[in-house]
Design a protein around this ligand. Structure first.
Ligand SMILES: Nc1nc2c(ncn2[C@@H]2O[C@H](COP(=O)(O)OP(=O)(O)OP(=O)(O)O)[C@@H](O)[C@H]2O)c(=O)[nH]1
Ligand SMILES: [Mg+2]
Length: 155
C-alpha cells in the first residue's frame, strides 16, 4: 500500500503510550513544560495522524482486545515503563502473547531504564532479550528517530 503506515501502540496502563504519541506529534524531544506530560487514562482506541502515518493507542485497560486491533496494522510499538516493577511480569506475559499471536513486526519501547545495561538486564530477566527494542533513557533524544526508522522499515 502506498502512503502512510498504521502503527498500533500498546502497553499496560500508565506505561507512557499517550505521552510518547504526543512527543511524536509535537516533535518534543525533551519535556519542556509540565503539562506536556499531563494525561488521563485513555479509554478505547485513539488514532493520531502524524505526517502520513497513523499511530493508534489502545488503552492499557483494553488489553484483551490488543490482538483484535493488531489485525490490520503495519507494526506494533509495545511501551514498557522499566521502573513500574509491579507491572513487569504482566508486561512480559502480554508481550510474549502478542508476539506469538501475530506476525506483525513488534518493537519494545523501554522507557526510564537507568542505563543501557539496566535495560538489557530487565529484558533478559523477563526473557524479552530476543525482541527488537528501543531503550529510551532519560535525556536521550534519539528515541523518536529510532521510532521513525522502525516505522519506515515496516512493509
Ligand atoms: N516526564 C515524563 N513523564 C511521562 C512520560 N511518559 C509518561 N509519563 C508519565 O506517566 C504517566 C502515564 O503516562 P501515559 O502516557 O498517560 O500512559 P498510558 O500508557 O497512555 O496509560 P493508559 O492510557 O492509561 O493506558 C503520565 O501522566 C506522565 O506523568 C515521559 O516521557 N516523560
Ligand atoms: Mg493513554
Amino acid at each position: 500500500m502506498a502512503g502512510g503506515k498504521t502503527v498500533l501502540v500498546v502497553g499496560v496502563t500508565g506505561s507512557g503510550k499517550t505521552c510518547l504519541i504526543r512527543r511524536l506529534k509535537r516533535k518534543i524531544f525533551k519535556a519542556k513544560k509540565k503539562h506536556d506530560f499531563h494525561t488521563t487514562e485513555t479509554s478505547g482506541f485513539v488514532p493520531t495522524k502524524i505526517g502520513e502515518d497513523s499511530f493508534g493507542e489502545v488503552g492499557g485497560k483494553l488489553q484483551p482486545l490488543w490482538l483484535d486491533y493488531a489485525q490490520d496494522v503495519s507494526g506494533i510499538i509495545y511501551v514498557i515503563d522499566a521502573r513500574a516493577h509491579g507491572r513487569l511480569t504482566q508486561t512480559a506475559v502480554y508481550a510474549h502473547q502478542l508476539r506469538e499471536q501475530t506476525q506483525v513486526p513488534l518493537i519494545l519501547y523501554v522507557r526510564r531504564a537507568k542505563n543501557m545495561h539496566d535495560c538489557k538486564r530487565i529484558l533478559n530477566q523477563w526473557l524479552l532479550d530476543d525482541f527488537r527494542f528501543i531503550c529510551a533513557l532519560d535525556g536521550y533524544d534519539c528515541d523518536l528517530e529510532e521510532i521513525h526508522s522502525f516505522v519506515k522499515s515496516l512493509p
